[in-house]
Design a protein around this ligand. Structure first.
Ligand SMILES: Cc1cc2nc3c(=O)[nH]c(=O)nc-3n(C[C@H](O)[C@H](O)[C@H](O)COP(=O)(O)OP(=O)(O)OC[C@H]3O[C@@H](n4cnc5c(N)ncnc54)[C@H](O)[C@@H]3O)c2cc1C
Length: 497
């Protein structure tokens, strides 16, 4: 379903998602039917799609689009082929990934000055003077390929569009509304890619720790290293729970079905609102956490982690790090997503609907200290959303804190529900660390009075028992008897530092 980084797969998935609901209203001869078939094909005839929104004047603010669409239908065409779209597109797209795609969904302004969504093939077939058919560009000229820090396997280019023939998708002048659902899909691919890169980095660094000795001891058993690996696992587990829960919510939205799982939102409006809020939150927060996590994995391998060996891609954390970095930028930067989330929640009755679902979900947690800690945090955050004493712009200024705090609550709640489902001891320990010990977590960008360093003073982090759990979390085994200490001066019991 997904590839490691946002790529043709995610944009293709998104393009198919946009076309699917439009097909019913179109005659069977319409080229969108064939396009859709190709986009979802798993055979050799499959097509990929690009998504061209960003321009020089702005990526976050697409209203600045300077690409124009002119209505100029092909007179002679009796039945419309994909290359015979009714519009001619002229403009310049500044960041266009998957330049080798078969089709692209793009935004352009019509003479009304409003944005519409179009679909165009990148190439078309023409008959030459010699009567022979040949493939030519559909008005697309590659101005230059971008020189990027990462995702080098994926060509990203600046494209000049000159009389590119395209079909209108959806309603005229409703471009943002038409293309918006695609972003939910590409954002999901983005955070799954971040999680995948992060997990691979954890696996590489764990393999290294198993093979490496330092101060005469195995690195994987040195207590501080063990704690670091356990902390990475805790953070990754929290992220996994939010990620795959969001995907489960997508299942409710796409299939319009009810679920037997009590914490999934109800089909219809509730599921739609929760899905939109969760996709933005998961994309922004997990992408940031993954970068910090992968950097930690790199450092955990010492100098070897910093190497960039092209012929050993499967061990190359540097490559994973630089390719994951972009996940915080494309498909909406962290700021843009945080702003979007808050403005979305403050619209109409969205916050009430979202809050009702989250409160209901937290109430499902059986263990009282876990439930109490999370509901206290959620009540405090709910209070901050009030527009009684503050203008929405004031809330948006702090949108990152709202979003990361919400993510901490969501991940904690989902971890708790998961742990209670089968009482798995390691998951239960992870939940305690997350909610009560102030371990793991989503980083610094939270309201510190809501996400305390430690919620419950009676819980002690550290000590022998903690070390034993570190080992179970990181390695899934009991701490061996012949443990390590981390320094030569500590190897003889009782010796001074
Ligand atoms: C490798 C790569 C591939 C890409 N591929 C594609 C592609 O295939 N198709 C495509 O359409 N785009 C693509 N992009 C573009 C990408 O989506 C944009 O770069 C991104 O959306 C940010 O837009 P921008 O570059 O115009 O930055 P700007 O919008 O200028 O943002 C600059 C800074 O301002 C902040 N900011 C912007 N608006 C606000 C706001 N309202 N409130 C607070 N802060 C704000 C941002 O967070 C950012 O930190 C790609 C980018 C990269 C790096």
């Amino acid at each position: 379903m997904h590839c490691l980084y946002s790529c043709p797969m995610s944009m293709t998935d998104g393009a198919a998602f946009i076309l699917a609901p439009k097909l019913k209203a179109l005659p069977l001869a319409h080229p969108f039917h064939e396009t859709f078939k190709r986009l979802i094909s798993d055979k050799d005839d499959h097509w990929t799609s690009g998504q061209w929104m960003t321009e020089r004047a702005g990526g976050s603010d697409v209203q600045n689009t300077e690409t124009w669409a002119t209505y100029a239908p092909v007179e002679s065409a009796s039945s419309k082929a994909l290359a015979d779209g009714d519009y001619l597109i002229n403009g310049f797209k500044f960041f266009s990934s998957a330049t080798d795609a078969d089709v692209a969904l793009l935004l352009a302004k019509t003479p009304s000055g409003k944005l519409s969504t179009f679909l165009a093939p990148l190439r078309k077939t023409v008959v030459g003077d010699d009567g022979m058919p040949r493939e030519v560009s559909n008005g697309v000229r590659i101005h230059r390929l971008k020189n990027k820090l990462g995702t080098k396997e994926l060509p990203t280019a600046e494209l000049e569009l000159k009389d590119m023939r395209a079909h209108l998708v959806g309603e005229l002048d409703q471009g943002v509304m038409t293309i918006a659902p695609l972003l939910n899909i590409t954002r999901i691919h983005t955070f799954v890619g971040s999680l995948g890169g992060w997990r691979r980095a954890i696996s590489i660094t764990k393999s290294f720790a198993k093979a490496r000795t330092t101060v005469g001891e195995p690195l994987w058993l040195i207590p501080m290293h063990l704690r670091l690996l356990a902390d990475l696992e805790v953070k990754h587990r929290g992220s996994m729970n939010l990620a795959f829960f969001t995907i489960a919510v997508m299942g409710v939205v796409e299939n319009d079905v009810s679920s037997e799982q009590a914490h999934l939102p109800r089909r219809g409006q509730e599921a739609n609102i929760v899905f939109r809020a969760l996709t933005a939150t998961a994309k922004a927060v997990i992408s940031k956490m993954a970068v910090a996590g992968i950097q930690e994995c790199q450092e955990s391998m010492g100098g070897v982690g910093y190497m960039d060996e092209a012929d050993e891609p499967e061990f190359n954390i540097s490559r994973i790090l630089r390719s994951t970095l972009v996940n915080s930028i494309w498909e909406g930067t962290t700021n843009v997503l945080a702003s979007e989330l808050i403005r979305f929640l403050l619209k109409k009755d969205h916050f009430e609907v979202f809050a009702a679902w989250l409160s209901r979900t937290l109430a499902l947690i059986q263990t009282s200290d876990l439930r109490d800690a999370l509901t206290t945090a959620w009540s405090a955050l709910q209070g901050r959303f009030s527009t009684k004493d503050q203008a929405p712009a004031t809330i948006v200024a702090d949108a990152r804190r709202y979003m990361f705090t919400l993510a901490w609550i969501l991940m904690g709640g989902l971890l708790a529900v998961d742990a209670e489902r089968d009482s798995d001891p390691v998951t239960t320990e992870i939940v305690h660390r997350w909610i009560l010990n102030g371990e793991g977590g989503v980083g610094d960008m939270v309201f510190r009075d809501i996400v305390p360093v430690r919620a419950n003073d009676s819980v002690t982090a550290g000590g022998e028992e903690h070390l034993q759990w570190d080992c179970k979390i990181a390695w899934g085994v009991e701490l061996p008897v012949n443990r390590a200490s981390g320094h030569r001066s500590l190897q003889n019991a009782g010796s001074k530092l």
